[in-house]
Design a protein around this ligand. Sequence first.
Ligand code: GAL
Length: 985
Amino acid sequence: MRGSTRRSLAVLLAVVAFMASALTATAAVGTVSAAARANTARAANPDRPANAAVPKRHVVAYDRYSLKVDGERVMLWTGEFHYFRLPSPDLWRDALEKIRAAGFNGVSLYFHWGYHSPKPGVYDFTGVRDVDRLLRVADELGLYVVARPGPYINAESTGGGFPAWLKNVPGRARSSAPGYTAAYRDWLSHINPIIARHQVTRGGSVIVYNAENEYAANTDAAYMQDIQNKARADGIDVPITHNQCCDASWTPTWASGQGAVQIPGVDDYPQSFNCDTPGIWGTWGPGVTERLRDDAPVYAAEYQAGSVDVNSAGFDKCRELTGPDYMKVFYKSNLIASGATMYGYYMAFGGTNWGWLAQPNDVGTSYDYGAAITEHRQLTTKYDEFKRQGYFVTSVAPLTRTDPSTAPVSDNAAVHTEARANPDTGTQFVLVRHADRSTSTDESATLTWTTPDGTYRVPVRVKGRDAEILVAGYDLGGQRLAWSNSEILTHAHIGGKDVAVLYGGAGTAGATVLRYPSAPKVKVLDGSVRSSYAAGELRLDYTHAGLARVLISDGGRRPLLLMLGTDESAASFWRAGTSAAPVLVRGTSLVRSARATGNAVELRADLAEAGDVEVFGPASSRRLVVDGRAVPARVTPSGSLLGRAAGPRPVRLPDLTGWRTRTEAPEAQPGFDDSRWTVADKTTTESPIKPKNQPVLYADDYGYHYGHVWYRGRFTATGAETSVALNAVTGKHGIYQAWLNGRYLGSAAGGVQADTDDPVNPDPGRGDFPIPAGLLKKGEKATLSVLVGNMGHNDDWVATDIRHKQPRGLTGAAIAGARGLISWRIQGAEGGEDVADRARGPLNNGGLFGERAGWYLPGRTGGPWAAASPAGRRLAPGVSWYRTTFRLDLPKGQDVPVALRFGGAEDARYRVLLFVNGWNLGQYIPGRPQRDFALPAGLLRERGHNTLALAVVAEQSATVGPVSLVAMANHRGGVLVAPVPAPER
Ligand code: GAL
């Protein structure tokens, strides 16, 4: 990301906006009417079960309030997920099921151009890149998809999603320049048809299409328009959106004129990315999504749900910065202030920058993001808050069409109210929060609230950093809710009665008023609830504690089971659709799906431990089956089924022993045969950054785009050489190392950003290496060997080329005292752009000798390795490898996310590339926040033999580790994960 640059660019953008406003043309405006005919509704209902075999076609339309599918309004509540950060297709289902179970009815998906394309014209959509499969899973789960294929996506991913070969394409990226145009059209020609066949209009799940990404700097309206024309030509017929950066002050917003989209959205990151100060709120504003068009819904395209860790505070701090209290205050405030009905929470699950996927200036291997679902696929208290809000917004349909309305009057100035109402039903939604968002005092107030059912005095309380949305005048199933000062979690018609769950802060007073034509029977089944009936109104008073249950019957309406809980007990509920009514479940750590058959309810559920499982299902339910095993169960007075399900078996992971080692870097030796390396003699480059001296040594210019590159420079010595001066640009945290005639000269930090004339750092990545006396002899050939790490490519957030076309590798080389030219050769990943290991793809490998020789692969050791464990063994500077194997035998039907943990000194000067069964699962750098590296099942064989290979690049003599396997969790349940096919040798 851009961190601090985000705000400082506002001025620049104002100028750009002014220029853009001079360009006017007609926009593609209007309602999309899909080619397809309306069919069975498949829309607002959050309980849509898996799609039937025959795809149904639907009409997608919208108005100023919301999207509509077959005329039915949709609250689009999505979480962002990056398939490229979870390289195990079976685990896509795990992540998407968890996203759905949190109450999301959709998922926002970036598609990463560079992940699929190693070379111009070459695309791969197989294996871990099989996005058709990803969209099939979304279809099966009934999740709507916001498809975001860029071409530029940012996402803190290498090149912001651009393939690195684009650095060699003439013409500014993100513009109408012909070279770039041909390139991005080719990408869209590949990805659009895949997206198109999964549109809702063709029976799939893609409901909108996002053109470009935060395109606000140096914009080119013809380009923006062309992306959309291309999408239409490729069969995209759902509405097109865009995600405007930051807020609507950034222009153009693409709401009108050439390049305008139908549903312009806005990104909002109100908390900033300062994870080191999680207590400071709203650094980047109040986070209220602006309306950009009168004829389209308000769309919170990316709303902050985690953070980049720009200050290296660790992702747990980011989770705190964007924790449940922030979510309550900002998400609920935004819902009421903006009336948005389309949301994308960034991120729901962040994942892993495996291989060289990271954009190195903002992130390392982990893209955990402090998200609701951790990198190790675990659910957090943020997940609970998503559930509370997601179940609410997808259950209470009147929220899909609201206008601002008169808010109840608070008798305490410290308590702020704000309201919206549905013009058709009159249902009111009232936000209650501190007037000053940053305070956390305990405030009580009485609201004078004029609802559709009368005027009431309603007690409320805001305790700590908190916000509530209260509802009045709502036809809750067959009931009439006059008002409640408890919030609604969800409700459904289950087993012949309405079942509703309301909740409030533990210890606070709750009151709910329901209307009945005649006095109903009220039976308190659990907890302490007082009731009174007068003048058609049943009033219930209680304190939010545990989970109270009240059965209300007769009174002229169908029965209601009302459950009144706390934040915690509300979050213990799971709601899952079946082919008939939904079920509600308590007691499990997750419910993935449910089926009601005859008198049985079958759950696919996860359990962290043995415990009670309670199911509110069809009245006929007598049998409970959890993960295929019958659970003895009885019917409770609430009409639910209660049984006790088993937990997981304990697991123990093996110690890592039997290590073998091998030292490499023959490239550093003068006699090494480099005759098959690429001659580096170019004199020009497409990069706007020009080299300090000739020739151009940029790795990308020779087709070596990812990981390490080696250089060998030959020259005839004068004997008077005194020092070597190098510059290398690597991206943040990168290093490079130099050898002269086999003698190690040392290492230096690589540059981050070589601007053409950057006053702050005019000489990026500079390293000066004195030449030891006597090393070079007059008239003799000498060899300078340089190993440069490439940490990944910069983004192109400002669309200038100055960032993403930054060089990688050497940008300058001079030897003081030398005469004559150095002749250079370069070597990178095996095959260059013709990637040798196609299954693992272009981002898996660089050009270390051991990588080129296949030492990272399970079946290719290439010669003798010596027995030696990393512990207690000092490595010389340079490159060494360790390998070992281990067997796992994790119990079937359990989900045990495994990580590789590095211990050891923080100040050690080495880094490790870790390969599991040939997959590059990241880079450990001592002193950086990350010590645990996710080893996703599918790449890791949970029941089988595994090979671990560590490539250690040491700047100084160092001891690696200790290294161990850790179980990050243990659940009964999970999804079936097949090994991801990839060559062993
Ligand atoms: C947004 C951008 C995303 C990501 C995010 C920060 O502005 O669109 O791709 O970079 O910021 O994580």
